[in-house]
Structures are given as structure tokens and as C-alpha cells.
Design a protein around this ligand. Structure first.
Ligand code: HEC
Length: 222
């Protein structure tokens, strides 16, 4: 092989090693400059970093201490009967110990039901609340539904599909909602949700009662 070609190939080989050497050098040396970032998204924004100093707060820390009374979520939610209405993965069939079935609970439940549920479900729970009546008016307008109103009627709590549900399932419906019904977990405190579903049970009983539910000495009265 002529020497010229040999020299040429040698030079080419040496030149070919340059890019990987430059890349390796760039990768191993920290660069104080920020990379060129064309699409910023939210990469660069002012923020306080954990464990760093901050003069804004009296204690000089950017990391704020936990709010007094903070409880680990897992701990607070361990009681699934009370929090979710389930016992061992099944819908609970009884009230949890925190909200035993008492007359006071039912009265509270009636009070809350009348505030939160009657607009759609009506006072007896039959699904004939004023919102429902108004919506039916709007959808049955002679010229077609007003403003394209679409309406799914609130279900009657006396529907056979609902009366067979364990109380834990009712609690879940009120907490998280069901199909077209929104959940009330964020608006109604947990004890009140149990009071409401206990009252729903009483409503169901009231519509399906027999003479045997009336104490013997009260029968025959008006
Ligand atoms: C804004 C109207 C509205 C309010 C207020 C409302 N619901 Fe409902 N509810 C509905 C509708 C609509 C359905 C039926 C949803 C469907 O079938 O898509 C329903 C269904 C139900 C069901 C049947 C669930 C099932 O498994 O079929 C129960 C029980 C129930 N609601 C209880 C309550 C209780 C208790 C409250 C008060 C905390 C309440 N609802 C408040 C509209 C409402």
C-alpha cells in the first residue's frame, strides 16, 4: 500500500476519535451555565427548595413544619367501616361504633337529609324533589327541551334496587356519588353522612311497613 494512503487513513482514524473524546469530556465536566432550553414548559420557576435557607420565615427555613394535629392519612383511614362503609371488603350492614343507631342520630339525619337530599329526592325519598319537578318541566317543554336540558331523574330510595343495598353501600353513594349523582363527601361531615343514611333506612322502612312494625298497644289508634 502506498505510504500516502496509509498516512491518510491514519489521520482519518485519529480524527474519528475526536468527537467521542469531546463528548466524553463534555459529559464528565460540570458546566456552570444553564443548558439552552427552547421549550421552557415549567422547568424554570421561582420556588423554595426543601432544606434551604429562607429569610421570609422567622425560623429561617424554607421547609415549613407540619400543621399542628396532622395525622398520617393511612392511620386516619384505617377504620374502613367508619370511613368507607366496608368491613373486610364487603359493604357494612351495620352502623360503625362511632355513630350508633339512636333517635338523636335519626333526627340529625332527617335534618341533614331535608337540607341536602330533598331538592332532588323529595322529603319522602321518592325522587320527586322540586329540582326534579322543575327539570321535568324544562325537558317536557312543547318546543323541545329548554336550552337542550337533559335530565336523569333522582332515583327513589324505595326502588327495590336500593332497598336491598347494605347501609355501607348507601354511605358510599352519599360519599362518592353514583353514576349521575355527585358525591357529598367534601360537603357533609362523615358523622352526618352516617346520620343521613340511617335516616334513609328509616324512610325505606316507613314505606314498606306492616302492622307488625307497630307496637301492639299502639295499633287501632289514628
Ligand atoms: C342534584 C340532585 C341530587 C341530590 C341533591 C341527591 N341526589 Fe341522590 N341521586 C340523584 C340522581 C340523579 C340519582 C340517580 C343517578 C343515576 O341513576 O344515574 C341518585 C341516586 C341516588 C341513590 C340510588 C343509588 C343507586 O345505587 O342506584 C341513592 C341511595 C341516593 N341518590 C341518595 C341520596 C342522598 C342520601 C342524598 C343526600 C345526601 C342525595 N342522594 C342527594 C340526584 C341527587
Amino acid at each position: 500500500m502506498p505510504r500516502v494512503i496509509l498516512c491518510f487513513m491514519l489521520i482519518l482514524g485519529l480524527l474519528a476519535m475526536l468527537p467521542p473524546i469531546i463528548a466524553a469530556q463534555a459529559r464528565s465536566t460540570p458546566n456552570p451555565n444553564l443548558p439552552i432550553n427552547i421549550i421552557q414548559d415549567m422547568d424554570l420557576q421561582s420556588k423554595f427548595k426543601a432544606q434551604s435557607e429562607n429569610e421570609l420565615f422567622a425560623d429561617g427555613r424554607s421547609q415549613r413544619p407540619q400543621v399542628a394535629g396532622t395525622v398520617a392519612r393511612d392511620e386516619a383511614y384505617a377504620d374502613t367501616h367508619f370511613n368507607e362503609g366496608t368491613v373486610g371488603g364487603q359493604w357494612a350492614t351495620t352502623n360503625p361504633a362511632q355513630v350508633p343507631l339512636t333517635l338523636a342520630l335519626l333526627q340529625r339525619g332527617q335534618d341533614r337529609f331535608n337540607i341536602y337530599c330533598t331538592p332532588c329526592h323529595g322529603y319522602s325519598g321518592a325522587g320527586d324533589g322540586t329540582v326534579n319537578q322543575r327539570a321535568l318541566e324544562l325537558v317536557s317543554n312543547v318546543d323541545g327541551p329548554v336550552n337542550g336540558t337533559v335530565w336523569v331523574a333522582a332515583k327513589s330510595v324505595h326502588d327495590a334496587a336500593v332497598t336491598v343495598q347494605p347501609i355501607g353501600q348507601l354511605f358510599n353513594t352519599v360519599t362518592n356519588g353514583v353514576r349521575n349523582m355527585a358525591g357529598y363527601g367534601s360537603q357533609i361531615p362523615i358523622e352526618d353522612r352516617w346520620a343521613i343514611v340511617s335516616y334513609v333506612r328509616a324512610l325505606q322502612r316507613s314505606q314498606n311497613a306492616s302492622i307488625n312494625d307497630v307496637p301492639a298497644d299502639k295499633r287501632g289508634g289514628v
